[in-house]
Design a protein around this ligand. Structure first.
Ligand code: ACO
Length: 369
């Protein structure tokens, strides 16, 4: 008897000391630290160090690591030329995926800081293409600013407020890793063949692009925009579910309760939209959440990370089609941490498929078929 685990649900492919999800209680830990503490007290720099190297850094370690992140922000000139040569209506995830491939082509395979360089480069690629598609001149990174602050600086061409930088910093921490999700697994599959880092990350970006994974943040925002008025939210949810459509940003393979990342993002979204043109979007989201929870919580379906992240990214000035790239800019840390861990005891990933077709069919020449 062969049991087929569709979607590899509940299949364990490795042991890990990186991320623990308690899907029943709605808890998430990176290297044993609660996501609530990390989002409140840590920073992109510190949490990415923690995920990659296993411990919270000392002052000196954090300074060295942050200095490298600052130094490696500048992307190669030929990649800049390539980005400028692109049409301005491309899917930014395609642009990021191809840029990662481009960096991989240029890499000579002997850069000991390749992983830090990748983390540092992605925001520059995203901000570069964002500005090009806005018809603006790209802004070179600043070595004076923190990771999130610099990201927004490159996007807007001016220093963000402390609140804006904090909001992005926290949002990125929340997206950094999530155990064996589809994109992480895709990266591991590629890495397990002993292919190179960049190829594994290209696979991660490719998997994250889908609307059932990292593309859901954009889809969720589209729903809020479509509703337009908080008073129409409940009716919209009922009608959407009646017509067999899903509530985007809801449901999760592992969480059977409220995703802790969504809890934190909801607070960030409320704060960042307060007294701004985005306040109504937040109200719509909240009303959709209430209506959807009424109808779906019985099945263990609650908001996931993608429900409120789009509002945060939008209020910070990113266009919706760029949201999945922001997810990727953080998740790249998790992809690398998980790949590094897997490679310590590597075994090429090679599952099986149960053959249900016929065998031994007579081969017919083409004009007899
Ligand atoms: N809205 C309405 N119903 C839903 C939703 C949703 N968002 N999600 C799941 N369901 C229902 C399904 O219709 C199904 O119902 P049924 O048993 O009556 O047929 C049941 O819940 C189980 O759904 P599956 O698709 O089998 O659950 P799975 O664990 O495979 O899917 C997934 C998880 C893909 C995230 C799903 O919940 C979904 O499509 N959500 C919307 C997209 C989304 O938000 N994706 C982001 C996920 S988080 C991330 O990637 C960062």
């Amino acid at each position: 008897m062969v049991e087929i685990k569709k979607g590899l649900e509940d299949v364990y492919v490795k042991e890990t000391e990186i991320t623990y999800i308690d899907g029943q209680l709605g808890r998430l830990y990176y290297r044993g630290y609660s996501i609530f503490d990390l989002a409140e007290f840590s920073s992109f720099e510190e949490t990415s160090y923690l995920l990659l190297y296993g411990t919270l850094p000392t002052k000196n370690e954090l300074e060295d690591y942050s200095n490298k992140l600052r130094k490696y922000r500048t992307i190669p000139d030929n990649l800049k030329t390539f980005l400028k040569s692109l049409p301005t209506n491309l899917n930014p995830m395609d642009v990021l995926r191809t840029s990662m491939s481009y960096l991989g082509m240029l890499e000579r395979g002997n850069d000991p800081d390749a992983q830090i360089r990748v983390i540092a480069s992605i925001p520059t690629i995203i901000a570069y293409y964002h500005r090009i598609t806005d018809g603006l001149e790209p802004v070179e990174p600043s070595e004076e600013l923190g990771h999130a602050e610099n990201f927004l600086y490159m996007l807007k061409g001016k220093r963000p407020t402390k609140e804006e930088a904090n909001a992005l910093d926290k949002a990125l921490i929340l997206h950094m890793d999530h155990e064996m999700n589809a994109s992480t697994f895709a990266a591991i599959v590629v890495a397990s063949t002993l292919s190179d880092l960049y190829s594994a990350l290209v696979a991660g970006i490719a998997a994250l692009k889908g609307p059932l994974h990292g593309g859901a943040n954009y889809e969720a925002l589209k729903m809020f925009m479509e509703v337009g008025d908080p008073n129409k939210a409940e009716e919209y949810v009922i009608e959407r579910l009646r017509s067999g459509k899903r509530i985007m940003g809801f449901g999760h393979r592992v969480y059977r309760t409220y995703d802790p990342r969504a809890r934190i993002l909801k607070n960030i979204a409320r704060e960042i939209t307060k007294n701004t043109q985005y306040e109504t979007l937040y109200e719509i989201a909240e009303r959709i959440e209430q209506a959807a929870i009424k109808l779906l919580s019985g099945k263990g379906i609650f908001p996931n990370v993608d429900f409120y992240s789009g509002i945060v990214f939008y209020a910070l000035g990113f266009r919706p089609e760029f949201f999945p790239t922001l997810f990727a800019s953080a998740r790249v840390v998790g992809w690398m941490a998980q790949v590094n861990e897997y490679l310590k005891e590597n075994r090429i990933i090679r599952p099986k498929a149960l053959y249900k077709g016929e065998v031994g069919k007579p081969y017919k020449p083409i004009d007899e078929r």
